[in-house]
Design a protein. Structure first.
Lengths: 205, 205
DNA sequence: TCAATTGGGGACGCAGGCGTCTCTTAATCA
DNA sequence: TGATTAAGAGACGCCTGCGTCCCCAATTGA
């Protein structure tokens, strides 16, 4: 709501710095207003610039959003790698807590909310939603599947019938919480999800 | 897309009949365009009427949508009661299949998609979303909880630590499917959810 | 230090959608 | 059957937001 830039005598930005400010503004607007209600004036104002620099880079609103998303997804700004291959310490429970916790915190961040807004636009803009699914959702699910398979190999849990399906249980519960309550679950709530739902499905009891 | 009313010489409707046609049009538009992009001209056109009858009943778009939602939720047009108290036949699995199946088919219907669109507007219009949660989501969760408790009483499953949380597992998986694939799961997919996720969490093995 | 770029700011025309209003005509009721 | 009410159709003014364009100033590089 407030000016993102308090410094009136701020130096005039250009190039990559300005571009990043614009992307941040896109994410912020997207997360507050959604895609349909997002408007160029607001993005320019929040980035502390005019509309011309926006249209100099992208030809319209759709391209601008796609550009911001693409950049965020390809540079891992949204999927922070969690030190890449997670540290195989503490066993399955610890790994589940880390992965679901990171999912929840992503959902709280501006880029995360922006991605969510795009998935909600699935029917109107399938290509936007698909990009998010492919670059954001799938990798996380794959990482969860890997964690589960490693636990099976360690003999920690019996092999599940469908790793694909089981890997979705945790994320589904996190998502459900967001949809029902309007915000991602806390660490304590994630612990309940892990201990009372995910681990039991996996056969730890 | 096509005219909902092929009959050119159709008699002029009024009162309750017309009102229902308008509500149907609201749901259809809401499910296709979402709340933000819904516009009065389209609703009027789809209902085969003019804007005047709309504004004669409601003072603006928001009230019109709220009105349609309220009516649908209060008359059970979206929550079809499933012969009210489900028929306690076939045990827990059968009941889960019925409840999740009905959830999936609701999500496929126009009113169901409309409700979904409103939940997605949670941040912009909390009162709309809350109505859906209270009148649509909560009753279904309550019904699931009842089914689980009955199964416990029958000795079919051990008492879970948190019925509240467990009751959300099935719906969460159905929702997750919708979000990831853009459509509700089929009966076969629901069967997998029930057999490989929900029943195992409940301790049937 | 001067020329070339690019940013900040905003005016402009256009399109679409809101909510009002008018006009004609069908349905309803006394 | 005549009077009354409300429907169908759409014109209208207004506002908002898109995308273009212009001006001036700050930054950069030769």
């Amino acid at each position: 709501m407030v000016e993102d830039l308090a410094d009136q005598t701020r130096t005039r930005r250009r190039g990559a710095v300005l571009e990043q400010a614009i992307r941040d503004a896109v994410f912020a607007e997207l997360s507050e207003s959604g895609y349909a209600a997002l408007n160029m004036e607001a993005v320019a104002a929040r980035a502390g610039t005019g509309k011309a620099p926006l249209y100099r880079r992208w030809s319209n609103k759709r391209d601008m959003v796609v550009g911001a998303i693409d950049q965020a997804l390809s540079t891992g700004a949204v999927l922070p790698e969690e030190d890449d291959q997670s540290p195989e310490t503490g066993g399955l429970r610890a790994e589940l807590m880390i992965l679901l916790g990171s999912m929840a915190s992503t959902m709280r961040s501006a880029p995360g909310r922006a991605m969510h807004a795009l998935i909600e636009e699935r029917h109107r803009h399938p290509e936007l939603a698909q990009a998010v699914i492919t670059h954001l959702i799938q990798p996380r699910l794959a990482r969860l599947a890997v964690a589960i398979r490693r636990a099976v190999n360690r003999g920690e849990i019996p092999p599940p019938v469908s790793v694909e399906l089981i890997a979705r249980v945790g994320p589904a519960m996190v998502l459900q919480h967001e949809l029902e309550h309007g915000q991602a679950p806390t660490t304590a709530e994630i612990a309940d999800i892990v201990d009372l739902v995910v681990l039991p499905v996996l056969g730890t009891r």
